[in-house]
Design a protein around this ligand. Structure first.
Ligand code: GLV
Ligand code: MN
Ligand code: MN
Length: 404
């Protein structure tokens, strides 16, 4: 049994066309008009196949063929970063949908179901894997109102505006035993090593903080350098010190990013009074990640003191490094060897909802290569043959794990 290649590529290309930034990558934020259009596209396909569809108040979707007991979940997310690529998330969702369609057309009895996690990227609220955090009890009612976007709109508000019923219970996943996610690698390892497939053994941990430097706004010409309390210069000094600390990681695993920074009043001839930025650290070792965060907080305070500005640090989100279930990794390893695929077992530097699912069920992840190792940018791509091979491998894994 093989998936329908044309249908897979057609649906992926269709999702690529649903973007708020045509010609400048895929921008499809959870709860946006584009997100609703993509959801409708997928659910209309599911309806045509008479699959059952359930949607919760956060926007997580579960799609199960009528005879399936949804014992094995497979899927990913359809939201993106701003000006992102066409495959991050969408590939795992459309491939899973394609496998379910192939099973249906072949009258293949199974217990698999498609899960689509809401707000994986954290583009709205700065907190990644939001849908799966709700599904696994890490987030509860409080976060529906405390998670707010940059304009102060809460998750509840956005969900309601998107036509979801925020009071709707979180999807019950009783009976689900295993989560298998197919995804693009988003880094260079598979391509550099001539592999078509990766089997993930650990998903990195990620901690994100919000830093506010509070200085003194003043005239950019009339304020001599020695009198200034420049919030942006304090941020620069602190960020560079943090980078130096993480870049010296002896294991070459830890990474640090300041992906969002705002200076106000954001005016060329005014000394920045306030600077707010996010800073995240990731590592395959949770304890080491936390040590870097602790060290960085000290370095940021030191830079603020040196520049005579205030510094406040607020936690945004944190998730531990998560190993995939060893028996799942070894059975995928055996299957890839039997199929004579060029593959390797590897870590995931990116985070994925599957990591959140790990405390309530078994987990496994499959990667396909990312061209030039690029992702979260419009250039994100994977060769068609590799997309097809990855989806067929997912089908084989699901036959083994979910077939009856
Ligand atoms: C999600 O894509 C992440 O790893 O930031
Ligand atoms: Mn993703
Ligand atoms: Mn992503």
């Amino acid at each position: 049994m093989k998936i329908n290649e044309k249908r897979l590529l057609h649906d992926l290309r269709h999702l690529r066309s649903i973007t708020a930034t045509p010609g400048r990558g895929v921008t499809r934020l959870t709860y946006s008009r584009e997100d609703q259009e993509a959801r409708n596209y997928i659910t209309s396909i599911a309806k045509a196949f008479h699959f059952n569809i359930r949607v919760d108040g956060i926007g997580n979707i579960l799609i199960a063929p009528p005879a399936s007991r949804a014992r094995v979940l497979t899927g990913s997310h359809i939201d993106t970063v701003i000006h992102g690529g066409w495959l991050d998330g969408a590939y795992g969702v459309i491939s899973a949908l394609e496998v379910l369609r192939t099973f249906a057309e072949n009258d293949y009895p199974h217990d698999a179901a498609l899960i689509i996690f809401a707000e994986e990227e954290g583009t709205n609220f700065g907190s990644t894997m939001t849908g799966s955090k709700f599904l696994t009890g890490k987030y509860g009612d409080a976060q529906r109102t405390t998670l707010c976007d940059s304009q102060g709109r809460s998750l509840s508000m956005l969900a309601q505006e998107a036509g979801l019923d925020p009071a709707e219970n979180i999807l019950p996943l009783t009976g689900a035993e295993l989560m298998i996610e197919l995804h693009i690698e988003q880094g260079p390892v598979l391509e550099e090593n001539g592999c078509d497939l990766g089997i993930v053994d650990t998903i990195f941990g990620q901690t994100t903080i919000r830093v506010t430097m509070e200085g003194l706004g003043n005239h950019a010409g009339a304020s001599p350098m020695q009198y200034r309390k420049d919030a942006l210069m304090a941020a620069c000094e602190g960020i560079l010190a943090a980078e130096k600390a993480v870049a010296s990681d002896p294991y070459h695993r830890a990474v640090m990013t300041v992906g969002r920074i705002n200076a106000s009043p954001d005016c060329s001839n005014v000394i920045p009074e306030e600077v707010i930025f996010t800073l995240e650290v990731r590592d395959s070792d949770t304890e080491r990640m936390q040590q870097y965060i602790d060290e960085i907080e000290v370095l940021l305070q030191k830079a603020a003191k040196h520049r005579r500005v205030g510094c406040r640090i607020d936690p945004i989100a944190s998730s531990a490094a998560i190993p995939m279930t060893p028996s799942v990794v070894s059975s995928m390893d055996r299957l890839a060897r039997e199929k004579q695929l060029a593959y390797r077992i590897m870590n995931s530097g990116a985070v994925h909802d599957t990591a959140m699912m790990a405390d309530i069920m078994g987990t496994g992840m499959i990667f396909v290569p990312s061209a030039s190792g690029r992702s979260h940018v419009p250039q994100e791509d994977t060769a068609e043959e590799q997309l097809i091979a990855g989806a067929n491998f997912l089908l084989d894994v699901l036959r083994e794990k979910a077939g009856r």
